[in-house]
Design a binder for this molecule. Structure first.
Ligand code: ADP
Ligand code: MG
Length: 240
């Protein structure tokens, strides 16, 4: 099944900035794809088009079987329900607890109140932060805050996760922890599109790499079938 299909996608911003100049990209269900490229090359724009934060000027975009060009404003929540989004700067609500931050993601999509607590606690358990449920984000480390935002992204069991430089604000050791979490989420079948600048991560966790330059895809290499080996320091299988 196809999770993402972009055909000849063009996106210009006002003032004539051409952020994407004809992007073709297909991502299958279950893939883990890195989107790399220099600053300003169009990575975040591509990501935003997929969750309909921005609309394309030209071309076709299909996400989770929905055609975005034909999508009406009222259908956007239905699309977002199937996508978990993770940002570099976490985007947590600082005046709410960890629990409330994750619960909020369920409230806005109309989850039954009695379902919310068990789902939130399950997501917190998944990222190993059950004991921080009543803390405020500001009481947590950067890595912990990112784990909260990952819990928020997965709480609704989305088919697709879009992460825009999720390790960009983290030290190397914490970045690895976060990558292990994404790796596990992908292993259970969730498709992941991750914008990253982190070369050592791209080398360590071998996945398909798509490179964008000045709004065009210039490289697309699938290395996820490389030989894998058990890495003791990581505690899991990684490609060598
Ligand atoms: P990246 O994430 O790869 O750094 P972006 O997608 O954020 O790149 O930006 C691509 C280009 O589009 C850049 O030239 C940037 O300045 C421009 N751009 C991004 N967002 C906007 C916006 N909201 N309005 C105008 N120009 C924008
Ligand atoms: Mg960006």
């Amino acid at each position: 099944m196809i999770m993402i299909r972009m055909k000849n996608v063009v996106k210009s911003y006002s003032k004539g900035v051409k952020a994407l100049r004809g992007v073709d990209l297909t991502i299958e269900d279950g893939e883990f794809v890195y989107l790399v490229g220099a600053s300003g090359s169009g990575k975040s724009t591509l990501a935003k088009l997929l969750y309909r934060e921005e609309a394309a000027n030209k071309g076709q975009i299909e996400v989770c079987g929905q055609l975005l060009s034909k999508m009406k404003g009222k259908d956007i929540p239905k699309l977002r329900r199937q996508i978990g989004i993770v940002f570099q700067d976490f985007k947590l609500l600082l005046d709410r607890t960890v629990f409330e931050n994750i619960a909020y993601a369920l409230e806005v999509i109309g989850t039954e109140p009695e379902e919310i607590r068990p789902l939130v606690m399950q997501a917190l358990r998944y990222v190993n932060l059950e004991d921080k449920a009543n803390d405020k984000p500001t009481e947590l480390s950067g890595g912990e805050q990112q784990r909260v935002s990952i819990a928020r992204a997965i709480v609704n069991s989305p088919k697709l996760i879009i992460a825009d430089e999720p390790t960009g604000n983290l030290d190397p050791k914490t970045a690895l922890e976060i990558m292990r979490l994404f790796y596990r989420i992908n292993q259970r079948g969730t498709t992941i599109l991750m914008v990253t600048h982190n070369r050592s991560i791209v080398e360590k966790f071998r996945n398909r790499v798509v490179e964008i330059e000045q709004g065009k895809i210039i490289w697309d290499e699938n290395r996820s079938d490389d030989v894998i080996q058990y890495d003791i320091s990581l505690g899991e299988y990684v490609a060598v």
